[in-house]
Write a new protein. Structure first.
Length: 482
C-alpha cells in the first residue's frame, strides 16, 4: 500500500509540473531536396497564427491537422503504435517498406505532395496525454518529432508537431504589439528551461518573411532583443517567430504579431495631450491617422480619431473651445479628473447646425481641463482646427430716459435725452415714437439714432413730426434698442 501511495504522489507531482509550463501548438519542419512532400523547403507554423486539430481514430492511431495560412491547405499527420495499441511516449522505428499492423505507422502529407505507397523512418512521442487512460476519446496534449522517407527514397522530411504541448523550453514575448511607421520598436524575448539550462534564442522566420530593418539579438542570458523601425509606407501585420534551443534536443517557440501602422497624431492619447500654456490658442492639425483608445470617453456618437488638449487656468475665467474651420464632422467635450475617472464638464456636436462644435463654461483656477475632439467617421483626409480662448463677458445694456423733454414750438420737434449703459463697448441702434396731442389732433414723432456706447454714455435724440392722427386715450412715448 505504501508503494502505491508513493507512486500516486509522484504521478500527481508530475502532472502538476507539466500543467505549470506554458502550452504550445506548432509545427516546424525541414526537408531535403527531392523530398516529395516539402521539396527541400522548411517552415515554422505556430498558434495563434495557425490552428492545430487532433483526433483518435478507431484503430487508436492519432491524426493531426495543421492549417497552413501560407498555402491555404493543411498538413496532415498520422502516428500509430504497433498492433493498434495506444500511443505512449517513446521511440517508434519504421524499418519495413511494406506497411503492416505489427509495426508502427507514420504518414505526413501536404497538398503539395505525399508518399505514394509507404514511408520509412522513425518518430519520437515526447508527450501524450489522454482524457481517459482506459477509454480515451480525445487527446489533451501531444508532442512528437519525426523523420520520414517516402517510398524508400533517400531525401527525407523532418520535423516536430505539437498540440497543447508543454515543452521543456518556453518563450515569453508579447502576443501582439503595434509600432508607428518611422518609430523605433524594441522589446525583450525571454526563454525559460525547465531544468535551468542555457537557451539559445533566434528568429525562426523564413528570411523571405522578415521585413526590412528587423534585428534580433541573443543577449546570451536567456533573453533576446527585437528591434525594428518600419520604413515609410511599410504597413501591415507581420508574425515574428522566436525560437529557443537548449542544445539538448528541446525547442520552444513563441509568435508575436507586429502591427506596423501609419504615424498617429502626437496627441492621439490622453497621456500625450497637447498642453496649452497661454490663450488664445489655435492649431491646425492632420488627424487622419489618429485612433480611439478603448477607455476614451464618448461625446454623442462620434467614436473615431480622438485627439487631446489640456489647459490649466491660473485664475477663474470663462473658456470657449471650438472646432470651426475643421474639414470633418467633429464632436468636442471637456473633462476634469484622471484617466479612467473623468468627469464631463461640457459636450457639443454640430453647433449652430454646422458639422463643427463649440463649448463654453466657467473654469476654476488650478484645475486642469482636458479637451477631446472626436470624429463621426474615420477618414485619413481629416484636418482639425482647434481653438481655445477666453471669450468676452456677456453684453448687458440698460436704457434710461429723462422724464422731461424740450419742445420746439415752431415745428413741434421734441428733444429727449437719457443715459445708455453697456458692459462692453458696442454700437447700439435706438428707436422711439412719441405722441403730442393738439385738441382733436395728435402729432406722431419718430427717432432712430445709432449710438457708440462705452460704459455709461449720455444720449440725445430728436422726434420729428411724422404723421397726424386722432389722439389716443393715454398719450404714449416709447424708446427701445435694436
Amino acid at each position: 500500500m505504501k508503494l502505491v501511495r508513493a507512486f500516486l504522489f509522484l504521478f500527481t507531482l508530475s502532472l502538476l509540473a507539466v500543467a505549470a509550463r506554458a502550452q504550445e501548438s506548432s509545427y516546424r519542419f525541414t526537408s531535403d531536396p527531392g523530398d516529395p512532400i516539402a521539396g527541400g523547403g522548411s517552415g515554422f507554423l505556430i498558434a495563434p497564427g495557425v490552428n492545430v486539430y487532433i483526433s483518435i481514430n478507431s484503430d487508436n492511431s492519432i491524426k493531426l491537422i495543421v492549417n497552413d495560412p501560407n498555402t491555404n491547405s493543411p498538413w496532415v499527420f498520422g502516428f500509430a503504435a504497433p498492433n493498434q495499441q495506444l500511443l505512449q511516449t517513446g521511440t517508434y522505428d519504421l524499418t519495413a517498406l511494406t506497411p503492416a499492423v505489427s509495426q508502427p505507422g507514420l504518414n505526413v502529407s501536404h497538398s503539395a505532395g505525399f508518399c505514394i505507397s509507404s514511408a520509412t523512418g522513425s518518430f519520437v512521442v515526447k508527450e501524450i496525454v489522454y482524457d481517459n487512460v482506459n477509454f480515451p476519446s480525445s487527446v489533451v496534449s501531444f508532442d512528437a518529432t519525426f523523420e520520414q522517407h517516402c517510398d524508400d527514397l533517400t531525401p527525407g522530411l523532418r520535423g516536430e508537431v505539437r498540440f497543447n504541448a508543454h515543452p521543456l523550453v518556453t518563450i515569453s514575448a508579447p502576443a501582439q504589439i503595434s509600432v508607428n511607421i518611422g518609430r523605433n520598436l524594441s522589446f525583450t524575448v525571454t526563454a525559460t528551461d525547465a531544468q535551468s539550462r542555457h537557451v539559445v534564442l533566434s528568429l525562426a522566420n523564413d528570411p523571405r518573411d522578415v521585413p526590412p530593418g528587423v534585428s534580433f539579438t541573443d543577449n546570451g542570458d536567456n533573453t533576446g532583443t527585437f528591434t525594428w523601425a518600419p520604413p515609410i509606407n511599410f504597413t501591415g501585420q507581420f508574425p515574428m517567430i522566436f525560437q529557443g534551443d537548449n542544445q539538448a534536443g528541446d525547442l520552444g517557440a513563441r509568435m508575436t504579431l507586429v502591427n506596423a501602422v501609419p504615424p498617429t497624431a502626437p496627441n492621439d492619447d490622453f497621456d500625450q495631450a497637447t498642453v496649452i500654456s497661454s490663450l488664445p490658442f489655435t492649431v491646425t492639425q492632420d488627424v487622419g491617422a489618429a485612433t480611439m483608445a478603448p477607455d476614451d470617453p464618448v461625446c454623442f456618437n462620434d467614436t473615431q480619431q480622438s485627439v487631446w488638449f489640456a489647459f490649466t487656468p491660473t485664475r477663474n475665467m470663462e473658456l470657449e473651445a471650438n472646432t470651426f474651420g475643421s474639414s470633418y464632422d467633429t464632436a468636442l467635450a471637456a473633462y476634469t479628473g484622471t484617466r479612467g475617472a473623468l468627469t464631463q464638464i461640457a459636450c457639443d456636436d454640430n453647433s449652430g447646425g454646422s458639422l463643427q462644435s463649440r463649448i463654453r463654461f466657467a473654469a476654476t483656477a488650478g484645475t486642469t481641463y482636458y479637451f477631446v475632439v472626436t470624429a463621426l467617421f474615420n477618414d485619413p483626409r481629416d484636418n482639425l482646427q482647434f481653438t481655445l480662448f477666453e471669450p468676452p463677458p456677456p453684453l448687458t445694456l440698460s436704457l434710461e430716459v429723462s422724464p422731461f423733454g424740450i419742445v420746439n414750438h415752431p415745428d413741434g420737434t421734441v428733444t429727449i435725452s437719457g443715459v445708455l449703459t453697456c458692459s462692453v463697448p458696442v454700437l447700439v441702434s435706438m428707436f422711439g415714437t412719441g405722441e403730442q396731442d393738439h385738441g382733436v389732433f395728435a402729432n406722431i414723432g419718430f427717432m432712430d439714432p445709432d449710438l457708440d456706447c462705452n460704459g455709461r454714455t449720455p444720449w440725445t435724440a430728436h422726434l420729428g413730426v411724422g404723421s397726424t392722427t386722432s389722439p389716443s386715450q393715454s398719450p404714449q412715448f416709447h424708446v427701445g434698442m435694436l
